[in-house]
Design a binder for this molecule. Structure first.
Ligand code: NDP
Ligand code: GDP
Length: 326
């Protein structure tokens, strides 16, 4: 049985990746950072029904000694580094913490792999936010980076240190440059889930308005379930590399609002209000990925349309709120 170690296993992608790897016959281990609210920690794994089939080991990306211990204990064949301070907006409020976790944390994990388990294959969760201020058409692996937030700068460090460990030490280390991917398990602070949760609450009479920031920003939104498949495929290749993972379709926050509210029979313009508190010091105006390389080398294709994604998310939020109201 192959063994996989996932950092960030309690997050959105960690839950979907766990389910995928279990289905493929892996033994799945996850790094768990200690929390005083332990009852909510496994909520996403629970949602997908896999909480009893993964083994969680205490550790923190900022604590190299814990990573060395976990690496020693698990002896993984594959390591997926999904842990991060992952919310762009929070990275201006906590830039140093973001750097310590998202940038140096990745380096800590690479050190643990290099020292304890150099034969393991390594995946780094890189981000389309690294492209930032883009010029011209769709972004691919050759597009220059111009990060626009402490989060994106930290991800860029993690991306390059992954490339560097591959080139310096011959690690099988790959970096997936993933565009935004969402699901019913997306954190409610991110724009898509905020909108689907808001539309559901307004439909059920639990709220009247939804305060929002920049409605003109455009993102290339896919489904997390499709994107974790690309992560796994990268580690099955004979050679490591960097891959853009995206749908190729870009839509605005405004269009996402339209779709989500229409799904519950509402006109978004009557409920969405602008609130400057949700604007950012620097914005990434538009992202649209070109995943030709992933398609040609990995045979990867997204399977969920934006409309299907919105419908699944809104339905899940309606169910959640109805259950709470009972
Ligand atoms: P989430 O925010 O849902 O999950 C982040 C995970 O990191 C959580 O499990 C969290 O644990 C863990 N974590 C945070 N800090 C630490 C730490 N110091 N030590 C150990 N674990 C820690 O992110 P997603 O699942 O959405 O994304 C997965 C990865 O992919 C992230 O690195 C993200 O930045 C990146 N990415 C995501 C994209 C997206 O659209 N979703 C796009 C491109 C990249 P806890 O539960 O305790 O908070
Ligand atoms: P990001 O692409 O990783 O920053 O993902 P988010 O989902 O947090 O934000 C996507 C885009 O939506 C950004 O351009 C935000 O400025 C924009 N946006 C507009 N209103 C909001 C809001 O209320 N919350 C969030 N999170 N983003 C918003």
């Amino acid at each position: 049985m192959p063994r996989a170690l996932i950092t960030g296993i309690t997050g959105q992608d960690g839950a979907y990746l766990s389910a995928l790897l279990l289905e493929k016959g892996y033994e799945v281990f996850g790094l768990l950072r200690r929390s005083a609210s332990s009852e909510v920690v496994g909520a996403r794994l629970h949602w997908l029904g896999v909480q009893d089939r993964v083994r969680l080991l205490d550790g923190n990306l900022m604590d190299l000694s814990s990573l060395l211990r976990v690496m020693e204990e698990v002896q993984p064949d594959e390591v997926y580094n999904l842990a991060a301070q992952s919310f762009v907006k929070a990275s201006w409020q906590q830039p140093l913490l973001t750097g310590q976790v998202t940038a140096l944390g990745a380096n800590n994990l690479l050190e643990a792999v290099r020292l304890i388990r150099p034969q393991a294959r390594f995946y780094q969760a890189s981000s389309s936010e690294m492209f930032g201020k883009v010029e011209g058409g769709a972004q691919n692996e050759r597009t220059p980076f111009h990060p626009r937030s402490p989060y994106a700068v930290s991800k860029l460090y993690a991306h390059w240190i992954t490339v560097n460990y591959r080139e310096s030490f011959g690690l099988h280390a790959s970096s997936g440059i993933l565009f935004n991917h969402e699901s019913p398990l997306r954190g409610v602070e991110f724009v898509t889930r905020k909108i689907t949760d808001g539309a559901a609450r307004i439909r059920l009479g639990l709220a009247q308005t939804l305060p929002m920031g920049n409605l003109e920003a455009r993102r290339d939104w896919g489904h997390a379930r499709d994107y974790v498949r690309a992560m796994w495929l990268m580690l099955q290749q004979p050679e490591p590399g960097d891959f853009v993972v995206a749908t190729g379709r870009s839509a605005s926050v405004r269009e996402f609002c339209e779709l989500a509210f229409a799904h519950v029979g509402l006109d978004w313009r009557r409920h969405v209000v602008l609130d400057p508190a949700f604007l950012r010091p620097a914005e990434v105006d538009v992202l649209q990925g070109d995943a030709t390389r992933a398609r040609e080398v990995l045979g990867w294709r997204p399977e969920t349309s934006l409309e299907e994604l919105v419908a699944e998310m809104v339905e899940a939020d309606l169910r959640r709120h109805r259950d709470r109201m009972r």
